[in-house]
Every structure is written in structure tokens, then in C-alpha cells.
Design a protein around this ligand. Structure first.
Ligand SMILES: Cc1cc2nc3c(=O)[nH]c(=O)nc-3n(C[C@H](O)[C@H](O)[C@H](O)COP(=O)(O)O)c2cc1C
Length: 304
């Protein structure tokens, strides 16, 4: 029986579209499946590459879920899709601003109601807190999250901070000075992600999504790194405080808040390079005593 699948995504560099294309390849190969792609287009677009001020400007709105304007969505909200796939990226441990805008759109809420939803994340490596917000959006719209697939940059955390900043500010992805690995998600991981598409295809054909989450997790779709979760959990608390502090001076792009945005930039660099290495060492020392709590965290963040 023919099936209709809507794929919603936003991407600046094209990385997330590559991931989406790889995962949906098994669906695209089936003539019984009609795939409809909806690219979210912020109005005006976010810059890429970013200037430093523009990049850090995006923090308060990402963290507080303040949406941007989007080009009108091409659907009405009444369309009857069998499955929704929503591909998103984290900005500042939160969904990116265009993704907030999508979930807050009335037509999108209608579309989600009563429908099975699969999320795809294309991140550096810190996506867990943001996925909790995405789960909340889907729940509020009465959608049914049936699976999640996370791709991330597997380079060591403090090296991928440098490579992602180089990529975001200069548009350069390649290896740098021997020690800095290429930026972004490995091509092999992107190509290999079509294995998740086969699982989605099977569930779609049967019209039965109850086992999909467990199948995806067993296939390695949701690798929760609890050392990074620890950083995220603390980080998001401070980001919220900084976001309120900056927003008191004005909305996105307002010149009067730039002083506070720059203070936040220095705060973030200090925390990343001076505080987070100590926190990671402490985490390793305590790890043997926390195995139960760690297992619990992994199963919580692998759940829907
Ligand atoms: C403003 C900004 C903030 C970001 N914050 C995070 C983050 O908190 N966690 C993370 O894993 N990746 C973060 N990233 C990386 C993105 O999630 C994403 O991997 C990258 O922007 C490339 O994806 P895209 O071009 O497909 O959007 C951030 C990127 C931007 C532009």
C-alpha cells in the first residue's frame, strides 16, 4: 500500500540534508513511498559562515525558544501523512531557532497531531538537552515520537570545539595543523546511516511503529555519552541565566545587547577550556561509583 512521508529539515552547511538523504534512501527506492521534503527557510536567512558577534547573538533565542520568521510552509496542516521525519540540529544545547519556529507554527502542530514522528539529529556532540525540548514539542502537539537517530562528530570534545568554530566562522572543514580533525560528522557515519532507513522502511510497510525505537537503539542510532550529558546539564542552567541577562538589553540583532553577548563569549571560552577539563576528570574518578545512575541516564535519553 502506498505511503506518504513528510521530511522536514533545516540546514546551513548541507550536512543535515546529506544525513537525511542517506537515511531516507531505502524509502526513496520504494515506488510505493512518496517522500515530500520541506526545507525550513528563515526570513532573513542566518549567515554562513558566521561572524563571531552573529554566532553568539543566536544564543538567547535558541535557549529560550524565541522563534524567527520562516518563509511560509508549503503545506496547510490538513495533509494526511503516514509518517513525519523531522531533522534538526542543536544550537547552544537547544533546538536551533528555525526548528523552534517550526514547532511553534500552528500548521505544523496540526500536522503532528496523532502522527508517528521520527527525529534525526545532526550535531557536534551535545544534543541531549535539546532533544528533551523536541520531545516536549511533539508531546504538546499530540504527536507520537517513535524513534530517534543521532549523528555526531566523534572527535574528542575539545578538538571538535576548535574544528566546528573554524567551520562556522571560516567555512573551512578540512584537517588543520595536524591535530585538529576535519569538522563535522564523518562521511562514513553519514553513508552508514542508511541502515536506519531500512528499519524505518520495514516499520512503515507494516504500519507498525511500536518496536522501531528499540530496533534503532539496538542498531546504534542513539549513542548517549554520559560524560557530555554531565556538561550539558550544568551548561544549560548557566545558558538560561545568560540568556535572560542578554535579553534584558534587547531582542535578536539589537546593537544594545552586543556588550553582554561578547561577555558571554568570553565566559563560554573560559568554561570550555578551563573548567570542563576538570569536570571531565572528576567525572572519570566518580564513574566507577555511579554505574547504576549512568545506566539509568542512558536509558532515559534513549527513550522517546
Ligand atoms: C549557533 C550554533 C550553535 C551550535 N551549538 C551546538 C550545540 O550546542 N551542540 C552541538 O552538538 N552542536 C552545536 N552546533 C553545531 C550544529 O548542531 C550543526 O552540527 C552544525 O551547525 C552543522 O549543521 P547544519 O549545517 O546541517 O545545520 C552549533 C552550531 C551553531 C551554528
Amino acid at each position: 500500500m502506498s505511503k506518504k512521508v513528510l521530511v522536514v529539515y533545516y540546514t546551513q552547511t548541507g550536512q543535515l540534508l546529506d544525513i537525511v538523504n542517506s537515511i531516507t534512501a531505502p524509502l526513496a527506492a520504494d515506488s510505493e513511498v512518496s517522500l515530500v521534503f520541506e526545507e525550513l527557510k528563515p526570513k532573513p536567512p542566518y549567515p554562513f559562515p558566521w561572524s563571531s558577534d552573529e554566532f553568539f547573538q543566536a544564543m538567547p533565542e535558541s535557549v529560550k525558544g524565541i522563534p524567527c520568521e520562516l518563509e511560509p510552509l508549503s503545506f496547510k496542516g490538513q495533509e494526511d501523512f503516514d509518517l513525519l521525519i523531522i531533522a534538526w540540529q542543536p544550537w547552544y544545547l537547544s533546538p536551533s531557532i528555525p526548528i523552534h519556529a517550526f514547532f511553534q507554527d500552528e500548521k505544523a502542530k496540526k500536522l503532528l497531531a496523532g502522527k508517528p514522528v521520527i527525529t534525526i539529529v545532526g550535531s557536534r556532540n551535545m544534543w541531549v538537552m535539546a532533544q528533551e525540548k523536541i520531545k516536549e514539542y511533539i508531546r504538546q502537539a499530540n504527536g507520537r515520537l517513535v524513534g530517534n537517530i543521532v549523528l555526531y562528530d566523534k572527535a574528542p570534545n575539545l578538538l571538535s570545539v576548535v574544528s566546528v568554530i573554524r567551520w562556522m566562522f571560516l567555512g573551512k572543514k578540512e584537517r588543520y595543523l595536524l591535530v585538529i580533525p576535519p569538522a563535522g560528522i564523518a562521511q562514513d557515519d553519514i553513508a552508514g546511516s542508511s541502515k536506519f532507513g531500512h528499519l524505518i522502511h520495514g516499520a512503515l510497510q507494516n504500519g507498525e511503529f511500536d518496536n522501531l525505537r528499540a530496533e534503532l537503539v539496538a542498531a546504534g542510532a542513539v549513542d548517549v555519552k554520559t560524560n557530555l550529558v554531565m556538561i550539558e546539564k550544568r551548561g544549560i542552567i548557566f545558558f538560561r541565566l545568560w540568556a535572560d541577562f542578554i535579553l534584558k538589553k534587547g531582542a535578536y540583532g539589537s546593537g544594545s545587547r552586543i556588550g553582554r553577548v561578547r561577555l558571554f563569549k568570553y565566559y563560554l571560552l573560559i568554561v570550555l577550556y578551563l573548567v570542563s577539563p576538570f569536570a571531565s576528570i572528576l567525572y572519570l574518578l566518580l564513574k566507577p561509583f555511579r554505574s547504576k545512575a549512568i545506566k539509568k541516564q542512558i536509558s532515559l535519553y534513549q527513550s522517546n
